[in-house]
Design a binder for this molecule. Sequence first.
Ligand SMILES: *[C@@H]1O[C@H](CO)[C@@H](O)[C@H](O)[C@H]1NC(C)=O
Ligand SMILES: *[C@@H]1O[C@H](CO)[C@@H](O)[C@H](O)[C@H]1NC(C)=O
Ligand SMILES: *[C@@H]1O[C@H](CO)[C@@H](O)[C@H](O)[C@H]1NC(C)=O
Ligand SMILES: *[C@@H]1O[C@H](CO)[C@@H](O)[C@H](O)[C@H]1NC(C)=O
Ligand SMILES: *[C@@H]1O[C@H](CO)[C@@H](O)[C@H](O)[C@H]1NC(C)=O
Ligand SMILES: *[C@@H]1O[C@H](CO)[C@@H](O)[C@H](O)[C@H]1NC(C)=O
Ligand SMILES: *[C@@H]1O[C@H](CO)[C@@H](O)[C@H](O)[C@H]1NC(C)=O
Length: 806
Amino acid sequence: MALGFCFGWALLLSVWSCVKCDQIPEGVHRMECHDRHFMIAVDLSFTGEVPSFEAVDGTGVYPITEQYAAECGYTLRVLPLQGHVELRASYFGCHTDNKDELFTFNFNLLLVRHGEVVTYTMSKTCSLSLPWSPREIMCEVNYMEVSVRSEVTCPSATTEDSNASLKPAYAASASDWQVRFQREEQLIPMNLSEARKQGYVFSLTEGRLVFRTPYGQPDSFSKEVNGVPVEVVHAIVFSRQSWVVLVVDLVAACSMYEEAYDGGYIVWKTPELLHPLVSDIHDTQVNIGVNGELVEPPVAEERGYVIEKHNAAVEIHIPYNAEGGHKKSLVIGDLYEYYIFELYLEQISVDDDHVDTRLRFHRTLATPLLPHPVFTENRTIHDEHVFTVYLGDVPEDVELTAVELNGHTFTAPFTSGYNVAKVAHPNNTHGYTLTVPFNDPVVVQQFSKEDAALKHVLVVNYTLTVLPDNGPYYHQTSVVALTDASPPEFEAVCSEFGIGFKLDHRPYDYLWYVGIGSDRLTPELAAQHNYSMSNDSQSLLLGVPLYTHGYEYKDISLKGFLGTFEILVRDHETSQVQRSIIKTCPFTPTEFIMCLTDGSMTVVADLSSSIPRGEIPARSNLVNKYCGPKEVDDTRALFTFPLNSCGSTVKLGKDSVTYENEIFFSKKFQSDSSNVEAGVKLQCTYLLSGLHRLFSVYKFESDTVGLGHIVHSAHSNEVELQKPMAFTAVLQTPLPPTRRQTRPALGKPAYRPNLYKVFKFLLAKGGETLVLQTTSHFCNWVRTRLNVLPTDPMSGLQWARPSRLV
Ligand SMILES: *[C@@H]1O[C@H](CO)[C@@H](O)[C@H](O)[C@H]1NC(C)=O
Ligand SMILES: *[C@@H]1O[C@H](CO)[C@@H](O)[C@H](O)[C@H]1NC(C)=O
Ligand SMILES: *[C@@H]1O[C@H](CO)[C@@H](O)[C@H](O)[C@H]1NC(C)=O
Ligand SMILES: *[C@@H]1O[C@H](CO)[C@@H](O)[C@H](O)[C@H]1NC(C)=O
Ligand SMILES: *[C@@H]1O[C@H](CO)[C@@H](O)[C@H](O)[C@H]1NC(C)=O
Ligand SMILES: *[C@@H]1O[C@H](CO)[C@@H](O)[C@H](O)[C@H]1NC(C)=O
Ligand SMILES: *[C@@H]1O[C@H](CO)[C@@H](O)[C@H](O)[C@H]1NC(C)=O
């Protein structure tokens, strides 16, 4: 109520109407009674950025604009850090219904919803919790307000009669009141309605005279008191009532100190004595509070708020991150944060056991931008083979929204893919633990020559986002780990029909390749040699059936033999053998035939079906009857002999050559071959393509083993001795040409091969049709080997000197 136009108006009923009024929903607002003001807080999520308020009383509806708020005792602020809009209304506000220490504030909240203004009508009533002091000064954020008790005992009183009171005097007529502002010079007096036009409000309540002024008025002045700037407005109101002149000094004075930041503390100051007419230097007490409420001294102490008096000024030191403050993170290139502290301070002068003057300050203090580095820590435990990277000191209002691992981006929520666990700390920071296995596809694996180890490298680029809307901040780190890069190990198992090898793939196994002899193991090679091979992303399975290429045999007897197969692991770059896996298995077939690369045949044949009555295996022999068994038992015999000896016959096929012999029982001392019993046929078939050295070194040496057959003529049951491996199907392919090899064949018995003789014979004769056909195949084959282009196959061969073939 402005004194100028509200006199006489007291008890009008607060009746007003609005066009469209809604009830504000529960839970989105708070209305509180503080010592000297109403506090209304409405969630920002409900209001949006720009709500507006109107004060309402019996005379009308008054929009609370910035200027109007400063004049009429309202303070409206948007507090994004606290998430609400706050309206503080002084109990002396222009439109507060003030009834003897009971205050009612009626107001509207206006929001724009879907292009329409929605009005929420609200009302709050508060009773005075703390009695008024004789003089009170409120240094609000946007105005200064002074109130004095209107019934004052004149200090000059010496007699009981001179107990004069203001009240009857100005209650008589307000229009007589004048105000004169005092600066260095005295200004011209004006009436109160004139003063109101200039932004000053004087009003009279039940027991107090109130004066309010915005900061920076033309009649205000600044001065420095004990090094602290102070703004002062000195109004002298007076009234002449016939022979009495009443004069009241109303001085508003507030510290305008700009907060400083010093060593982790926000510092704010106010002089002990703001103005001689305001406070008394004696016995001042200071109470501190936050967000419009004072706290008890022990609480203040616990929170680290410090109040000191220096050089006749009160100094407040508040730790930057003290309880009660609010924090905001910010990205400006780097990650920063600042703290805001809504200081509420009370300074009271105590006089003869009662408070004489009560000064209160509302001040918003802020720290400068403080760098807030986050950090990463390598928490990898090597033996777990998992990278563990901790990102720490992430402020509350900052979230990890993405991680980039070696250039692959993963965004929050990190439900699939990589494990990112959030860790909260009591100090209002949080962290994230990222775990990535060393062998994860995203990890870069490099072979480090100098360390002779495998290097796992993980470069992490974190994207942190300040909530709700400040931009991204990137933080990078990288971790490395070295692991032993040993060549792969195979598991090997024996089976009845061969040997199985298994290799579990590791991500860095590309550093090596697998070889059989000097060849690299490929699906083609496996097919060529009848190995069974399967290779998926998990593992490589290789089955090598008995008698296939690559076996070495030892301790061959009727009881069986030992078969050895070797796999080589070679360096990818140098082809050097880095590991060899040798597996030897015992095999105990009842019958077998081995056609070895050195041109020998070893056979254990079951003769039980072809053994004539009265005969024993010991009396068996090959075509050449002087070639007898090396070992026999009741039914079986073991023979071992060079392919082209013991009366073997040679058959030349299109791509292969077959050596054949037979086991007979011939009556002792009988040379008549008609007496010979039908026997068991032994065959070894070699690929011609594997025999190219035959012509250069004049000895039998095959690139590959031959395929053996034992043919029991009595029952015509041909035994095919290459059986598929247990766990995979054997590939059946036509005999493909073999890659040329240069392995020296030292220490092997040199045979004068029959085959050579056959070719020599064929070349010399050049004869019959069948032979010619064979010859032309043979010549074509030789021609490709020699890379010569003779028009006459015969002449081409004659040039092919053995030495040039090697
Ligand atoms: C002076 O006035 C006050 C309040 O009006 C009253 O309480 C007090 O008794 C008065 N003193 C005398 C001596 O009349
Ligand atoms: C106050 O002063 C102005 C100009 O000085 C005058 O016009 C006005 O009528 C006065 N008002 C009252 C209520 O005296
Ligand atoms: C917060 O607490 C965590 C865990 O105790 C600690 O690692 C971090 O450094 C602390 N941060 C600050 C800013 O004190
Ligand atoms: C991290 O990622 C951001 C966004 O992709 C990019 O701008 C920044 O350059 C990256 N930092 C590094 C060091 O790679
Ligand atoms: C991280 O920790 C691992 C395991 O303790 C260690 O091998 C590595 O050198 C550390 N440093 C970096 C930068 O990765
Ligand atoms: C098996 O497959 C892997 C890829 O899954 C490949 O790197 C490797 O060379 C293959 N091994 C063989 C012997 O083919
Ligand atoms: C591979 O085995 C199949 C039957 O299992 C056979 O027909 C073929 O001749 C064999 N090849 C070689 C090179 O041994």
